[in-house]
Design a binder for this molecule. Sequence first.
Ligand code: MN
Length: 420
Amino acid sequence: MYRFAHLSDCHLGAQKQAMLQELEGKAFRMAIDDALDNDIDFMIIAGDLFHSNLPNMKTVKMATRELRRVRDEGIPVYVNYGSHDYSPSHTSMIDILESAGLIENVVRPVPGRKLGLEFTEDETTGARITGLSGRSRNLEKDYYMMLDREALEVEEGFKIFVFHSAITQFKTEEIADAESIDLNLFPRGFDYYAGGHVHKRSTHNEDGYGCMVFPGALFGSYARDLEDTARGEMRGYYLVDFNETLRGLEFREIMPAGFEYIEVDVDGITAREAMRKIESCIAEHDVRGRVVMLRIRGGLSSGKTSEIDSGVIRRILRDRGALTVNINRHGIRPPEIEKVRVSETEIPRIEEKILREKLAGLGVKNMKLKSASGLKMASEVLKRIRNEKREGETREDYEQRIIEDALEVLGLEIEGGDGA
Ligand SMILES: [Mn+2]
């Protein structure tokens, strides 16, 4: 019996905040420790190992050190590009690590009338691995359209297809709008499909295809991912047992820290009441040593949204022992401004009032503009530019007419001649 580890979407270098950066690295280290402890024969990382194709040096150093540990055990690491670490010119960090012999890109296209793919054969197990990379904006779809599926399907052996795309048929409502590849564009008959790109874990068994697996993001790149973690989404990777066929699949949970999700509804209460409610909600949660993902939502009845002070909330959570705090306040709405009903007859009076105010504040010395004659002039310009387009009048003629009308009121002329 043989065994491999299937990871994806490690997104190393995604976290900017120091504590989250540390946890992101810790998750990667824990996954590698766990995989090595479980005597794997090889490892697959199905894209987005890095958050960018040229990550910062600190991230590179950490990743190199960890991958080196795997290689020192004589365990190959097979990868493809994800949408984040793809490089059209083959100069991403993935390529550099490949040059250094730490990882091996299994996407090996053979140009031709159709797109052929060469297999990489794992020396120890004889598993045959190939696949396609992900690209941003679903550009990999062209490769799938051109793919010589039949040539891949007739190949023998335990076959693994590595990919980095969502599959249309498996999309959840949550990612309904996300770009995806139709299942029918995948070659059939592989024993295992090692997926990446989708940040939530799932496994699928479809007629004609082997097991299709998305381990999900190892730690998460966006706040949304971390919020999902805090709401119970398990993070980790898969251990896969096989001989001639697939024998077993086990999800290995990797949690570098505890997470706590807190949601506070501030709908219909004042900003001040909201602060009190947030405080009492926090008190109901044990946040000690945890990454706290706090979401505040709802429309305030009065007060300013800025009165819900993130700095104060953060301090409260820190004082209660939270490891780090993320506050999502996009769902807070300011009190609705009362709509003023204006009757048709009031409009000229309101216009006059506004014009008078504006004229008073006008920074010009010309009294003709500021006095009653200025008010009359402004009202007249407003009246002229309110004229609608006549039937049959072209847009160009209409614009010309409005400009000329307005200039006439202002006592100005369009500069003549054909100067530049
Ligand atoms: Mn990703």
